[in-house]
Write a protein that binds this ligand. Structure first.
Ligand SMILES: [Fe+2]
Length: 380
């Protein structure tokens, strides 16, 4: 009798829990994010390209952009299996991006280790892509997830759209914070629609007419601890690397020491498939030699190297160097329109990579760990 009573009581509790879970919304919107952002010094910041130019913003703006949305998973849903939460979130995310949001921050997910993030993106079921041919310094964590960046901590990474310098790139990029730095390490975002309105029309027109010529100076693995052609093309074989370079439309020249020089052209803009809208979509700042002149590996040299000796460089499509004032102008416009954003442990940030750029402020101390997933690839 007593056992039967306990069984019925337990059944009632399970039923009530299920009812309250289904009646509780999956998430609520957060409106107070901008008060939580610290003041981030930009002007004359060491290891930040262009920060000494006269138009560079003194500090990063604090505002919440209308194309950004922050949400928090409600308490009762946090105990759900993380993969199931990904499955449950996907339709809501699709609706948000359809309703013209370009960046969605999710707080309150039960994520504490890389495997949790892996399971969440697996649940979301965005089609994964690899980072093959990418120019960043990062490592694979598992079959879906990479480190966001392994660049030296004090280096500030300029706003950019992921892989926008290639013919194949992700439409969605998802970041997850596992741990923060003691100081700095914020993740500001910039909306491409703002850039095309704020960059001078004559500058846009010149890039429209000429496009961009990217070049790379990729070292053999034996010659560097940094990015090598082997880590870029996921192969140890020159012939295999050549196949991949050829597929990308690259031209190349091997050097006697095993390094390789690569060059190719890409447009500076991308036309959105559904609307035909033109978007500023390139990596003319973070792939320019001046970016590397501000990099801890090169910044303290007594003399600058020739442009082609840095890991990457770019110029106009006809070979003309991009003017210094144009580089300064585009950098200051980007940082003046950057929305300050601090990711905390467990936070997941999903960006429409065609419409929203991401960046990183240099940092000190702590064990900052941010992971990334690249998804839904498309081609030019
Ligand atoms: Fe990136």
């Amino acid at each position: 009798m007593k056992i039967r009573f306990l069984f019925l009581h337990l059944k009632k509790i399970i039923k009530e829990t299920k009812r309250s879970m289904s009646s509780e919304p999956l998430f609520t919107e957060i409106h107070s994010l901008c008060q939580q952002q610290p003041t981030i010094k930009c002007q004359n910041r060491k290891f930040l390209a262009g920060s000494t130019s006269k138009d560079f913003p003194e500090t990063l703006p604090k505002f919440v952009h209308h194309d950004f949305k922050a949400i928090k998973i409600t308490h009762k849903h946090r105990c759900q299996d993380i993969k199931r939460l990904g499955v449950a979130m996907r339709p809501a995310l699709d609706s948000m991006f359809k309703a013209k949001k370009s960046a969605v921050l999710i707080k309150g997910l039960p994520i504490s280790v890389g495997k949790d993030f892996h399971d969440f993106v697996e649940g979301c079921a965005y089609k994964a892509m690899t980072y093959e041919s990418g120019s960043g310094f990062r490592a694979a964590v598992d079959d879906l997830v990479y480190t966001a960046s392994d660049e030296p901590p004090p280096f500030s990474i300029e706003p950019h759209n992921e892989m926008s310098y290639l013919s194949k790139f992700p439409q969605k990029i998802i970041f997850c914070c596992l741990s923060t730095a003691d100081k700095g390490g914020e993740s500001p975002i910039v909306f491409n629609r703002d850039l095309i309105k704020k960059i001078k029309p004559e500058v846009l027109n010149k890039f429209r007419a000429k496009g961009i010529r990217y070049s790379r100076n990729l070292k053999h693995r034996k010659n560097t601890d940094y990015i090598s052609w082997q880590s870029t093309f996921y192969t140890e074989e020159e012939k295999e690397a050549e196949k991949k370079m050829s597929k990308e439309g690259f031209q190349w020249e091997w050097k006697a020491n095993g390094d390789v020089t690569i060059w190719y052209q890409q447009p500076a803009f991308y036309e959105l498939a559904n609307s035909g809208e033109e978007v500023w979509f390139n990596q003319m700042t973070a792939n320019h030699c001046s970016y590397y002149k501000s990099h801890p590996m090169f910044a303290d040299r007594a003399e600058d190297l020739p442009a082609h000796e840095y890991p990457y460089h770019c110029c106009y499509g006809d070979g003309e160097e991009i003017e210094n004032d144009v580089m300064d102008h585009i950098r200051s416009v980007a940082w003046k329109n950057a929305m300050s954003l601090t990711l905390l442990p467990g936070d997941v940030l999903i960006l429409d990579n065609l419409l929203c750029q991401h960046s990183r402020i240099g940092y000190e101390g702590g064990d900052r760990r941010i992971l990334v997933f690249l998804g839904e690839h498309t081609n030019r």
